[in-house]
Design a protein around this ligand. Structure first.
Ligand SMILES: *Cc1c(COP(=O)(O)O)cnc(C)c1O
Length: 359
């Protein structure tokens, strides 16, 4: 059989039109591009962790509902009784489960710029993705524009990242509440950066029928495990369990995450260091001059360079051994913008030194 490109014959148009999510190669570089926690565990904790892994039964399927881990997550995060939790292979998988459960003609709404997976996964499923631009000066939500879009498109799901990535700001909580109150669909508040933010909608879920809060352990310091979760009313979570693959949280992740949450004070200490480093880094960036530095409630800082300098500065930093993220190619409000993840003090220093000589 002659078949020049089988893929083009069998796959959906929207899949063929997508580009795969690109991850930069960071080999040999100081890695400040992906909002990872830069710290490792102390050696004695590592030894204890390996000991916990030693006995896990990798010949058996894991607990399909990861009950012990789920209970631990509820406890550590003070999740109110009466709410349900579902775990995902990263919160990316939760986004995918939510979107896979929608009817094919459903509309998904978010703001622009925001986390790219909302759009990427919506498009891969052929859903109608609508984005409402944030206010240019400070990346706040343009409430009247969002309310207008809700009225016009009746989105089944609205995603709001709180704090927002890649801008780093926390949206006004009252504006978020107005959106939740107005929307007839589900509002997903994505709290991937909650450890750094001291603000959350977890305690408001009970008050609404259409609020879901999503979290992840990735930014906290366990990006390698791939574990995210959503908290919501049982009637919503129950449906997601039907979409979820039976063993989506592997046993190594279940055992390791449970171990890590039993030692969560380590992360609390690391988070405190990173928040202090964030303030220092923001101040130092401002002092360099010629950059617009945006306030951040997350573990990264967005800054705007002079006209058309982002790619040059990004490449110079890279040639000096520091990898950050160039957002300028995304265009729109991100034109000329770079994003740096808060790293260890020595890494932040290396970044600042390299940047001073590049701007
Ligand atoms: C990083 C990030 C995620 C993805 O988290 P994973 O759990 O690693 O899949 C989700 N939402 C936002 C806003 C993020 O920045």
């Amino acid at each position: 059989m002659v078949n020049n490109n089988l893929a083009h014959k069998i796959f959906r148009r929207e899949v063929l039109d997508l580009s795969a999510y690109h991850v930069a190669d960071a080999a040999g570089l100081i890695k400040l591009d992906a909002m990872e926690n830069p710290f490792h565990w102390p050696d004695d904790i590592k030894a204890e962790w390996l000991n916990a892994l030693k006995d896990c039964e990798i010949n058996r399927y894991p607990d399909p509902e990861a009950k012990e881990l789920t209970e631990k997550i509820k406890k550590v995060n003070n999740i109110p009784d009466g709410l349900a939790v579902i775990l995902g292979n990263g919160s990316d998988e939760i986004i995918q489960m939510l979107l896979m459960a929608l009817p094919p003609d459903a509309c998904v709404l978010s703001v622009q710029p925001t986390f790219v997976m909302y759009q990427q996964i919506s498009r891969s499923l052929g859903l109608n993705y609508i984005s409402v631009p944030l206010v240019a000066d400070d990346f706040s939500i343009d409430l009247s524009a969002v309310l207008h879009a809700i009225d016009l498109h009746q989105p089944a799901i609205i995603f709001l990242a709180y704090p927002n990535n890649p801008t780093g700001n926390l949206f006004d909580a009252n504006i978020m509440r107005e959106i939740i109150n107005t929307a007839s669909g589900l509002v997903v508040v994505d709290e991937a950066y909650s450890p750094f933010a001291k603000a959350s909608f977890i305690n408001e879920i009970a008050q609404y029928d259409n609020l879901l809060v999503m979290r992840t352990v990735s930014k906290l310091g366990l990006a390698g495990l791939r574990l995210g979760y959503a908290v919501g009313k049982p009637n919503v979570i129950e449906q997601l369990h039907k979409i979820r693959l039976p063993y989506n949280i592997n046993i190594l992740t279940q055992v390791s995450a449970l171990f890590a949450l039993n030692h969560h004070t380590i992360f609390d200490e690391q988070t405190a260091i990173l928040c202090a480093e964030r303030s220092k880094l923001a101040k130092a960036l401002t002092n360099i001059g010629g950059l617009m530095v945006y306030p951040s409630a997350a573990n990264f800082i967005l800054f705007r360079t002079q006209n058309q300098q982002a790619a040059r500065i990004f490449n110079e930093l890279k040639s000096k051994g520091v990898l950050i993220k160039n957002l300028s190619p995304q265009g729109g409000l991100l034109t000329d913008c770079l994003r740096v993840t808060v790293g260890k003090p020595s890494e932040n220093q290396a970044f600042l030194e390299a940047l001073k000589n590049s701007v």
